[in-house]
Design a protein around this ligand. Structure first.
Ligand code: NDP
Length: 328
């Protein structure tokens, strides 16, 4: 299509936003033949920084970039949005309890859900990156009664990509030789990267999972705590990889996945795989006709069941911590 796509990015002046915007402008997200209008939402104090980013976007002279507009008002920023990349979130500050963080972000995402419901395009698709991403997505969806809940997704593609990278390293193959990895649960250290159904350069992922010591003591914790390892090494949290995964998520949602592979995304559970309805949980998914379809019929062994249940229990607890922000 040659009609420009309207893409609203929140937290546009943050680290992830900065890395994402240039690749979106370059066509990495929606394809090199799709023009893009970027709308950047920032908090008032960060608008000036967003203006600087917009100047750099101008200087990229990107062929597909039609316009860049900057807002500090969500209602204006989301007007007509077809894609909402909700990257901005309140970070945890010193001495802040997890419950306070949940509450502060719940208020932001409740408002964004209401505004999206009122002003976004009818075919809106949402990806929440700002943490706690799953619960933020659940709250936004709950405040947007006219938008199908499955349009509200949260990013676990970075966890998925990290799992592929670790498995490729173990198998001595390339990332492209690996398919059908699944990430289940929350985007948090309780997430469960599942390789039992994976294909690894002609072998079964279950062969690798048979080495339980490696699976339990190395693979799962390395994937689940990769964010912390990057902060320690880099002195800053992962940004370009998070941006890249966000772009992969929207790219595949819109343009599809080749072959019989799948990916991972968090979306409101329709009540499958023992995950209560409405909990925004990561599942193995495939894009089908513009919708994420959860891969069905996978056999979940006892090992996987316990880990999925633990992460879902954490999600349920997060949701009850912000229960008063969910409509009755
Ligand atoms: P980043 O751009 O580094 O991160 C943005 C969000 O992404 C954080 O909540 C972060 O969580 C989350 N995130 C999710 N997955 C990952 C991952 N794998 N690695 C790293 N981060 C991940 O944050 P900045 O502080 O640089 O920028 C945030 C911007 O958002 C600021 O410019 C701020 O002004 C803006 N903001 C905008 C709002 C709005 O538009 N309404 C509301 C609040 C803030 P975590 O903190 O847990 O790392």
């Amino acid at each position: 299509s040659t009609t420009p796509a309207v893409v609203t990015v929140t937290g546009a002046a943050g680290q992830i936003g900065y890395a994402a915007l240039f690749r979106i402008a370059a066509g990495a997200m929606l394809g090199h033949d799709r023009p893009v209008r970027l709308r950047l939402l920032e908090l008032p104090h960060a608008v000036s920084a967003a203006e600087g980013t917009a100047m750099e976007l101008d200087d990229g002279a990107f062929e597909q970039l039609v316009s860049v507009d900057i807002y500090d008002d969500p209602r204006a920023a989301f007007d007509g949005a077809e894609f909402a990349l909700l990257i901005g979130a309140k970070p945890r500050t010193k001495g802040m309890e997890r419950a306070d963080l949940l509450q502060a972000n719940a208020a932001i995402f409740a408002e964004q859900g209401r505004v999206l419901n009122d002003v976004a395009a009818p075919d809106l698709r949402v990806i929440v990156v700002g943490n706690p991403a799953n619960t933020n997505a659940a709250i936004a969806a709950a405040h947007a009664p006219d938008i199908p809940p499955e349009r509200f997704t949260a990013l676990t593609r970075l966890d998925h990509n990290r799992a592929i990278a670790q498995l490729a390293r173990r198998a001595g193959c390339a990332a492209r030789d690996i398919s059908r990895v699944s990430v289940w649960g929350n985007h948090s250290p309780t997430q469960y990267p599942d390789i039992f159904h994976a294909r690894v350069a002609g072998r079964s992922g279950a062969d690798f999972a048979a080495d339980r010591a490696w699976l339990i003591d190395d693979f799962i914790p390395t994937v689940a705590t990769r964010g912390t390892a990057i902060i320690e090494a880099r002195g800053a949290s992962s940004a370009a990889s998070a941006a890249s995964a966000t772009i992969d998520h929207i790219h595949d949602w819109v343009l599809g996945i080749e072959g019989d592979d799948w990916t991972s995304a968090a979306l409101p559970s329709p009540g499958v795989y023992g995950v209560p309805e409405g909990v925004v949980c990561s599942f193995p998914v495939r894009p089908v006709g513009g919708r994420w379809e959860i891969v069905s019929g996978l056999e979940i062994n006892e090992f996987s069941r316990a880990r999925i249940d633990a992460s879902v229990a954490e999600l349920t607890a997060e949701i009850s911590a912000v229960g008063d922000l969910l409509p009755a």
